[in-house]
Design a protein around this ligand. Structure first.
Ligand code: N2P
Length: 442
């Protein structure tokens, strides 16, 4: 009995020790958790040198990537992993704020300039719409990249008019030709918007209301419309859509604007023409931002890393490397992005200020004000049970594919076994008969 008590005491001490260790500061190492293909590798590699110049301290960066917001969130929420800086999308930032999972960003950078005010006021305002009580989101999150969800299409196989109306995605002529972003919130919004297109046209409801409606009725509608879309879906992609489109293996891809920019450029190099539009019915404008989770163990380096990401030259290099658009909106960025060979002029005053109301800038990267006006930002589904219902619906929608595949596989395996059994039985019987005849002849 005494021995057992001793072992229990040791176990408690061990657990306490582990907890203590996991909260201890971890100088010299910065753990970054970001989306895949979402940073210029040289920018990342140069951070330690810049950090040393600013602080006199050495730092080693441990960098990991994810493809799906929820995967990242589970690691932090359930696994308490000690990432110092991570990059969730807006609705996950909102959830992390609500669940008190974030630390405020300390902007006391000593002699280092604070680059965070370089962010577009438009994005800052959108972020702050998600504030929780007196906790302002912009004190806890710094926007990184932003964009829209829309349709990337092969111009030889799909017309611009077809791509512009999301209704066409349901057209049987695109059977097995459509790739969908493996993101339940983007797909949910698309389905609800399409289902309510007539009410939207009459002005009875807004894109924002639809996309953020998690009533039982809305969930059932989304399920019905997403299931109806399945014959057209060639795959749910987290990151391979751009490659499939570049290789001409799919005709349309409901995806994020930054992936579209990358795919359009890559495809052009191999002679395939792709383009991207935001559905006329409406869509979502999204942004991802840097946050410091409460299990972080190098808060200082995390804040410096976030600040470094807001330096205009760094923002430009990241944009050039990945195709996405930075939330930094300084005049040098606008100047760099102006392309006088473009035919279209866009109103980007909402992002770069009043002087940018008619500028020649790639409309896929920086949508015109009118496009932004038909989009809305995705908010988190705050009620746990409703969120669970949406997730269950999503796995039913996606799971059907898997089930059909598994059923086919089972049939193929058992069918094969059955045929093999019958053939071997027949052969055995034939051998028996032959032997019988031989014996009789003797
Ligand atoms: C890039 C992922 C972009 C995330 N691979 C868009 N929210």
């Amino acid at each position: 009995m005494k021995k057992l008590k001793y072992i229990l005491l040791l176990a408690v001490l061990f657990v306490l020790g582990a907890c203590q260790r996991s909260q201890e500061e971890r100088n010299g190492i910065l753990k970054v958790y970001n989306w895949a293909d979402y940073i210029d590798e040289d920018v990342l590699a140069e951070f330690p040198e810049w950090y040393k110049e600013q602080t006199g301290e050495d730092i080693e960066v441990i960098y990991q990537v994810f493809d799906i917001n929820e995967v990242m969130l589970t690691k932090i929420e359930r696994g308490h992993e000690d990432f110092d800086v991570v990059c969730p999308s807006e609705y996950i930032i909102e959830r992390m704020m609500r669940k008190d999972m974030l630390l405020p960003i300390n902007r006391d950078f000593g002699n280092t300039p604070d680059y965070i005010p370089n962010l577009a006021p438009y994005i800052q305002d959108e972020l702050n719409k998600m504030s929780q009580g007196d906790k302002k989101v912009t004190d806890y999150a710094v926007a990184y990249m932003w964009g829209t969800a829309g349709t990337l299409y092969n111009t030889e196989l799909v017309t611009e008019e077809e791509a512009l109306e999301c209704a066409n995605m349901w057209d049987p002529k695109f059977a097995n030709k459509l790739l969908m972003k493996d993101s339940y919130r983007d797909c949910y919004g698309l389905a609800i918007i399409y289902a309510n297109r007539e009410r939207l046209e009459k002005g009875e409801v807004t894109v924002e209301q639809l996309m953020n409606d998690n009533s039982h009725e809305a969930i059932a509608t989304a399920e019905e419309y997403l299931k109806a879309l399945k014959p057209n879906i060639a795959g749910w992609e987290a990151d391979f859509g751009k490659e499939m489109m570049t290789k001409g293996k799919a005709w349309m891809n409901f995806t994020w604007s930054g992936d579209a920019v990358w795919a359009i450029e890559e495809a052009a190099e191999v002679g395939v023409e792709l383009d991207y539009v935001v559905p006329l019915e409406g869509s979502n404008v999204w942004f991802d931002g840097w946050v410091i989770p409460k299990y972080a163990r190098n808060v200082k380096a995390a804040s410096y890393f976030i600040n470094y990401m807001c330096r205009p030259d760094i923002a430009l290099r990241n944009m050039d490397a990945i195709g996405y658009v930075s939330a930094v909106a300084t005049p040098e960025i606008l100047e760099e992005k102006i392309d006088t060979t473009l035919e279209n002029y866009s109103d980007l005053s909402y992002f770069f200020g009043p002087e940018a109301d008619s500028v020649q800038v790639d409309p896929v990267q920086y949508p015109d004000k009118k496009v932004i006006e038909r989009c809305a930002v995705i908010r988190d589904f705050t009620n746990k049970e409703d969120l669970q219902k949406v997730l269950e619906m999503w796995s039913r929608v996606k799971g059907d594919n898997l089930n059909a595949g598994i059923v086919l596989l089972i049939f193929a395996v058992f069918g094969g076994l059955f045929v093999w059994l019958v053939i071997s039985k027949v052969k055995k019987y034939q051998r028996k008969i032959r032997r019988k005849y031989r014996r009789r002849r003797r």
